[in-house]
Design a protein around this ligand. Structure first.
Ligand code: SF4
Length: 121
């Protein structure tokens, strides 16, 4: 079922590994396609004011908005940072759930597309 016009706020772990790259590239593709707005994950770790402002913006969207967290492995850096910033309601997706093996699977357009499709459907 498609997210009927939901405004997605996307946070990616953007890790150095292939799986982290997948999280980052999928988030960027969502943003480029007008499906989501990507925010800087690192900023949540260092800027509580930014976290508060982002939380309020998300609350304003209500059911029309959704926080989507993309991580690249079970360490779940993005999810942990967002939880520490006080975000408890979100959809969590791990790129390793798409048959991508950390340190092995090459980054391909097709796989990025698969992740993007899963986020918007
Ligand atoms: S979740 Fe995994 S891939 Fe992403 S930044 Fe953390 S350790 Fe790296």
């Amino acid at each position: 079922m498609e997210d009927q016009g939901k405004k997605l706020v996307v946070l990616a772990c953007s890790g150095a590994s292939n799986t982290g790259a997948y999280s980052d590239l999928a988030a960027r593709r969502l943003m480029a396609g007008g499906k989501g707005k990507m925010l800087c994950l690192a900023r949540f770790a260092v800027d509580p004011k930014f976290a508060e402002t982002s939380k309020r913006e998300l609350e304003t969207l209500g059911d029309d908005g959704e926080l989507v967290i993309l991580d690249g492995c079970p360490v779940n850096c993005a999810e942990e940072i967002m939880k520490k910033s006080g975000f408890m309601k979100y959809r969590h997706i791990n790129t390793t759930d798409f048959g991508i093996i950390k340190g092995k699977t090459p980054v391909t357009e097709d796989k990025i597309g698969e992740i993007v499709k899963a986020v918007i459907h």
